[in-house]
Write a protein of this length. Sequence first.
Length: 161
Amino acid sequence: MRWSISGDLIQRATRTDFENYLVKDILVKVDRASMLNSLEVRAPLLDYRIIDFAFSKLPSSMKVTQVDKKIFLKKVAKNLLPPEFDYARKQGFSIPLHSWLQKNGTYRNFFEEVLLDKNSFFDQKYVMNLFKGIDKGRANSERLFGLVLFELWRKNYSIKF
């Protein structure tokens, strides 16, 4: 992983994201998904002139504050897009995993069957504590999700330890 060491916190975080997360994660996923569907995809905001402007001329205060994001981009868009355009509409996709794993949740029984099976790799006491934690409002759902995926993978490929 490459870390940026110059500039203020926003500049360093932006540069680090650009050189790592964007290149090694986001663009790879877009490339694979587009190739799978025989599409040629472009990312117009990654034009070298825009990147140069964003990193060398645009001050951090025009990028993000504690209460607002994409400040400059929204200002430009307001000059180009209709007034009724919803600037807050983009949201990441997420699933209601926490609610699914509540006591009467949609997938609670499935997760328990997988993780509390006598042949499961994981310690049943530890797993039960994760479920109890969810019942008390703790954020254990992603941890349990990872354990279930691992256990299903292990069973599918007959991996023994």
